[in-house]
Design a protein around this ligand. Structure first.
Ligand code: FMN
Length: 218
């Protein structure tokens, strides 16, 4: 990466314009090309070791969205936003999952799987330590939040409104989405679309601590 793609002013304008939308226009779809780019932001999310311990469920079915809404503090974004994404974390990452990832590296970078043996051991050693303390699910969930940041920032750059929604009952989501018995579990969701002008949050000033309070140079 050498040349800037946007100016500092454009970047900050998008970040200042982004707000957590509470009301979405039910009849305003995100254009296909815009949505395809936003799906790609999820694929491109970075993760520790590059393991990508996640899956993203885009809930297209209105019926499923209606069933999920009562377990989402009845937030209207669940049914009204153009798109609704459920972010799933991997509960366990075992040697076979690591092998699957290393096969992908070998394929993409055209190297032999054997050349990755040292890397494999380092990952398994780290995951082993996490497994001993039952932390793999938490660790994967933390990685997932990187995707939330990337997705919502990218959406703002494309003029798409979003709302991260953690106010859900993940166990109910897992049941409705039939995730029990799979390696994945629900962590949070994000609604995306176009906010309604009647949403007071669209025009309320954003509340942030001043830079001098949250950032220090040493
Ligand atoms: C992890 C996370 C979970 C959130 N969950 C909800 C939610 O369930 N419902 C909601 O209306 N907003 C939710 N929000 C939005 C926050 O309330 C909002 O980002 C925060 O108040 C700052 O406002 P702003 O994003 O408009 O600047 C969530 C935000 C994050 C980052």
């Amino acid at each position: 990466m050498s040349q800037p793609i946007i100016t500092e002013k454009e970047l900050l304008a998008a970040l200042h314009a982004r707000y957590a939308a509470k009301q979405f226009a039910p009849d305003r779809p995100i254009p296909d090309a815009t949505w395809a780019a936003l799906e790609e932001t999820l694929v491109q999310t970075q993760s520790a070791f590059g393991l990508q311990p996640w899956k993203f469920l885009v809930i297209d079915s209105p019926e499923l969205r209606h069933r999920l809404r009562p377990f989402s503090w009845d937030q209207s974004a669940v049914t009204d936003a153009s798109k609704f994404v459920v972010f799933l974390a991997r509960k366990h990452t075992n040697a076979a999952d690591v092998g699957h990832y290393l096969d992908r590296i070998a394929q993409v970078r055209k190297v032999t799987p054997e050349s990755l043996d040292g890397f494999r051991e380092r990952i398994l050693e780290t995951l082993g330590a996490s497994a001993a303390s039952q932390k793999i699910g938490d660790w994967a969930a933390r990685q997932l939040y990187i995707g939330l940041g990337q997705f919502t920032t990218a959406a703002a750059l494309l003029g798409v409104d979003t709302c991260p929604i953690e106010g859900i009952e993940p166990e109910k989501y897992d049941a409705i989405l039939e995730l029990e018995g799979t390696p994945f579990t629900t962590v949070f969701t994000v609604a995306a679309g176009y906010g309604l002008p009647t949403d007071k949050y669209a025009s309320l000033p954003k509340v942030r601590f001043p830079l001098s309070e949250v950032l220090e140079h040493r």
